[in-house]
Design a protein. Structure first.
Length: 231
């Protein structure tokens, strides 16, 4: 059994890989993993070394081998389009590999809807066609509220792609329209056979994009990470 970690600057996501099956962990702590027969840890990290060292100690797993995955020129049928391949975010790199592993030789548009919303295109030969990075739903709303005096919001997101009738509706509906509009523009710009949605805001976006050829895969990055174990 392997522990898979996606280590961000503010939080970690985790999954277990065993018998060619990936299972998400809802909690990641020393208590939640202490009885698991973990051989080693495979991880992607955008945080600093101090945070990584602290996590090893906090999970009481610093005695195990830890294998860090980073973006490459080419791996597992995927070719990175960046002139400096290591500068492609490792989460995006793993999403590309995960999409290739799940869908095979299909062209795919990958949307990772988190704090930042990223879009990446992969053609049927496995060549990365480039991508976009933009503020995600929550970040867009926070930016407007923080930078204006009379716009306010609430924690619950109930946005719809229609005109709002009060300030909260106008803000939430506008940001949802901006994000889904960008995705639709991307689909028209470089149409693929499939569109994969992943990330924390997938729930809000899926219903708005139902007319496109959409599949959702919350564990997409972990599917990419698991390829480094399968080898």
């Amino acid at each position: 059994m392997y522990l898979l970690l996606d280590i961000g600057n503010t939080r970690e996501k985790a999954a277990l890989f065993y018998g060619d099956k990936i299972t998400a962990l809802t909690e990641i702590s020393a208590e939640s993993v202490k009885h698991l027969p973990i051989y080693s840890v495979y991880f992607a990290c955008v945080a600093n070394d101090t945070r990584l060292s602290s996590l090893k100690v906090a999970l009481a797993l610093d005695h195990l081998p830890w294998h860090q995955v980073q973006s490459e020129v080419h791996a597992y049928g995927v070719t990175n389009c960046y002139a400096q391949p290591h500068l492609l975010g490792v989460d995006r790199w793993l999403a590309l590999i995960g999409a290739r592993q799940l869908l095979g030789k299909q062209s795919v548009m990958i949307v990772d809807a988190g704090t930042a919303l990223t879009v990446d295109w992969l053609d049927e030969s496995g060549a990365h066609q480039g991508g976009w990075i933009m503020p995600g739903l929550q970040l867009q709303q926070q930016s407007v509220v923080q930078q204006t005096a009379k716009v306010f919001n609430k924690e619950t997101l109930n946005g719809r792609v229609e005109p709002g009738k009060d300030t909260i509706e106008c803000l939430q509906n506008g940001c949802l329209a901006a994000v889904t509009g960008a995705i639709r523009q991307g689909w028209l710009l470089n149409k693929a056979e499939r569109l994969i949605l992943t990330g924390g805001d997938t729930f809000y976006l899926n219903a708005q994009l139902a007319d496109l050829n959409v599949i959702t895969e919350p564990l997409l990055i972990f599917h990419g990470l698991a390829q480094y174990i399968r080898q």
